[in-house]
Design a protein around this ligand. Structure first.
Ligand code: KG4
Ligand code: ZN
Length: 384
């Protein structure tokens, strides 16, 4: 079965042709980064207008690259939720027009579930996953979501927890902005954090645990800690937590203690000296804390799994931050330690793409979940 998948939920206009849910015949992504860079974030109105202009050329290119004509497409799939409403509407309208004119089924796909599926995608000719995957723990780490799920089939997801404030990708982007790294910041921060001269223990940043047993995430404290490390803590004598911060501080000397605000004097901001090496060290310390917070909650989710449902077979991961070098390493270690399959997307399938939409749609269709022409664009996820 050949499915054309369309994705337009945020700032990527994407279309892909996928055979039998796994074989990616084409994966065309038109990223709008250059349109939003001067604003430092996605501007919804600019994004939806760009989708209108790019949608048909992207679909044409996806068909051409796959070497299939519209007549060979068996169904049209579209990410119809969650996302920016104006952006989703463009993909939904285009998909309805194609499905209606071709007389083919239309399948609405939840973008979050599609991210969890993305690790199953394979380039044409490469053998796919054959081991049994379920029950699985699903982890979505993206710019808009950071959530854990229990997954018992491709149509059965139970939400275990999610972020109570920022998504991890959002925290990456905000931290990168504070560090004055170019937009979009997440991948750039990852890059400098990997430098061999980076000291990831230079800054003692908070790893959010929340209540014992909680499977929720929180990243706003981490982001604020980065802000204070760069600009100084309001009211703290001697800069960040009283430690001698910045390049004046000897390497390996006393760590910046961000919790030690006891000697704070209201209203006074003492700015630490902050040099290039400090930027690299702070990026690495942020990366360590962010990935540790994710790993902590994944281990908790595995610990809390009810074994009467059968042992967890795999960890399904997806979303932009699944491209992160440190997150991939930490999850790899968990998979070895717990003897489970780690299903990570290839780097090409971490970011928003149409292949994950077409791939998951294959299973939704098989489960009788094709949607009709009344398919709606919905800003929120249905996976609650
Ligand atoms: O899944 P995605 O493409 O869009 C959403 O559905 O949100 O994720 C985009 C997010 C952005 O916040 C971006 O900075 C982040 O993923 N990201 C990364 C990396 N690559 C992308 N964050 C950290 N390290 C990376 N290597
Ligand atoms: Zn996404």
């Amino acid at each position: 079965m050949i499915i054309l998948g369309i994705e337009s939920s945020c700032d990527e206009t994407a279309a892909s042709v996928v055979r039998d849910g796994v074989e990616v015949l084409s994966n065309v992504i038109s990223s709008q980064t250059e349109l939003h860079v001067e604003y430092g974030g996605v501007v919804p109105e600019i994004a939806s207008r760009a989708h209108v202009e790019r949608m048909l050329p992207v679909v044409r290119e996806a068909l051409a690259e796959a070497g299939v004509g519209l007549g060979m497409i068996d169904a049209i799939a579209v990410g119809n939720r969650p996302g920016l409403i104006g952006c989703l509407l463009v993909g939904v309208a285009a998909s309805k027009a194609l499905a209606w004119s071709l007389g083919k089924p239309l399948i609405g796909v939840d973008h979050i579930a599609a991210h969890l599926y993305s690790g199953l995608l394979r380039e044409a000719g490469v053998k796919g996953e054959t081991q049994s995957l379920f029950p699985a723990i699903g982890l979505v780490v993206s710019g808009g979501h950071t959530s854990l799920y229990e997954v018992t089939s491709w149509v059965n997801f139970r939400r275990l927890g999610g972020t109570i404030d920022d998504a991890v990708g959002e925290a990456y982007d905000k931290a990168a902005k504070i560090l004055e790294l170019p937009y979009p910041g997440g991948p750039m921060l990852d890059r400098i954090a990997q430098r061999p001269d980076a000291d990831e223990r230079a800054y003692d940043l908070p790893i959010s645990r929340l209540n014992p047993g909680s499977l929720d995430f929180s990243f706003s404290g981490l982001k604020t800690a980065v802000l204070y490390a760069v600009r100084g803590v309001p009211g703290a004598r001697g800069g960040v937590g009283g430690a001698k911060a910045g390049s004046e501080r000897k390497q390996g000397a006393e760590k910046n203690n961000l919790h030690g605000l006891a000697e704070a004097i209201a209203g006074e901001v003492v700015r630490p000296t902050f040099g290039e090496q400090d930027k690299i060290n702070l990026a690495a310390s942020f990366q360590r804390a962010a990935s540790a917070a994710i790993a902590l909650k994944v281990r908790r989710a595995l610990d809390q799994h009810d074994v009467r449902k059968g042992p967890i077979s795999s960890l399904l991961v997806g979303g932009g931050v699944s491209a992160n070098s440190r997150v991939r390493k930490e999850l790899g270690a968990i998979a070895v330690e717990r003897n489970i399959n780690l299903i990570l997307p290839s780097l090409a399938h971490c970011m928003d793409n149409g292949a994950m939409i077409a791939g998951l749609a294959y299973h939704l269709y098989a489960a009788g979940k094709a949607t009709g022409m009344d398919l709606q664009a919905v800003p929120s996820t249905g996976m609650v």
